[in-house]
Ligand binder design. Structure first.
Ligand code: G4P
Length: 292
């Protein structure tokens, strides 16, 4: 399966981010908990060097809790601060301010040593499109989002959201693009719906997704569609189309409809809480200088 997707404004966005990052203390990076490797752009490690780093494993409500916990340990082990999140849920925000303070403890100590007291931490949200940046900013800032702008020392035109006495957030998130270093990245991004459908062959994608599901979550497809996963491997869409009565004109089986049903069910969580990437995969590819 071939993916080609090169947004033209990538360089401009990266330059903008380089500028914005100079203004902040902390990079809050959102990744999709179901595919934490493919939904990151590793350039952020270079851009965010010298800054405190917080990774939010977002959309955790759709991911496998056990695997998300493993990813949390994995990123903690790499020196990031990490919070598992459903950005739509305000209640998940409680933990974040404390973690932000912890992540910026060294900076606050430096400030204190220089006699600077109570300077708020400045943070910026970054992530690939559709990972939940705006949702997070809305939930986290909530009603408290008194905007502060054009203050001395702040680049003209930049808007900061004052969250509380300790934290200010740059109101526009930084957009990163995924890095298509191998086909798996494209496949996984397409599965979660982050690449536009017209760029893809829906049926091929659904078949690939079914393969991952049968391997990692045996029984999930069988339970949802009442099919025999073992015998269905070769003609999985046909079996789903039969069971779901996906038919087009002339009562012909419609594989495309079946494929869309599988993709929708996966994306909405109807197939269960499912992760497509696992820490052992990242470790393997890091060793061979691949995905990470
Ligand atoms: P972005 O700024 O990074 O591009 O992402 P955005 O916040 O627009 O979120 C993209 C989609 O993901 C939205 O759905 C949003 O509701 C959903 N979303 C964000 N965080 C979470 C989460 O933690 N869990 C789940 N399940 N969904 C999340 P949408 O369908 O595009 O819009 P809407 O119908 O929700 O308005």
């Amino acid at each position: 399966m071939e993916f080609q997707w090169y947004p033209g404004h990538m360089t401009k966005a990266k330059r903008q981010m380089q500028e914005d990052i100079k203004l902040i203390d902390l990079v809050i990076e959102l990744v999709d908990a179901r595919i934490p490797v493919s939904s990151r752009n590793p350039d952020i490690d270079e851009l965010g060097r010298q800054k405190a780093r917080l990774i939010l494993l977002n959309k955790a409500d759709l991911a496998d809790d056990r695997v998300t916990a493993q990813w949390k340990d994995y990123f903690l082990g790499q020196g990031y601060f990490v919070v598992t999140l459903d950005a739509r849920n305000r209640k998940s925000m409680k933990e974040i301010t404390q973690v932000i303070m912890d992540a910026c403890e060294k900076k606050m100590q430096r400030d204190r040593a220089r006699g600077i007291k109570n300077r708020p931490i400045r943070a910026m949200v970054v992530g690939i499109p559709n990972v939940g940046k705006s949702t997070f900013i809305n939930s986290y800032a909530g009603k408290a989002c008194a905007k502060t702008g054009n203050k001395p020392g702040v680049t003209k035109g930049k808007q900061w959201i004052r969250l509380n006495k300790n934290v200010e957030l740059l109101d526009t998130p930084g957009i990163l693009w995924p890095k298509f270093e191998d086909q798996t990245v494209g496949l996984h991004l397409a599965c979660i719906g982050s690449i536009k459908d017209e760029l893809l062959l829906t049926e091929e994608l659904a078949v690939e997704l079914c393969k991952i599901l049968s391997q990692r979550y045996p029984g999930a497809l069988a339970q949802r569609y009442q099919i025999d996963e073992k015998t269905a491997e070769a003609n999985i869409l046909e079996q789903i189309a039969i069971q779901r009565n996906c038919r087009s004109k002339g009562n012909v089986l419609d594989y495309n409809k079946a494929a869309l049903a599988v993709l929708d069910d996966f994306r909405s969580g109807a197939l269960g809480k499912i992760s497509l990437e696992f820490p052992e995969m990242a470790e393997k590819t890091t060793e061979t200088d691949g995905m990470s």
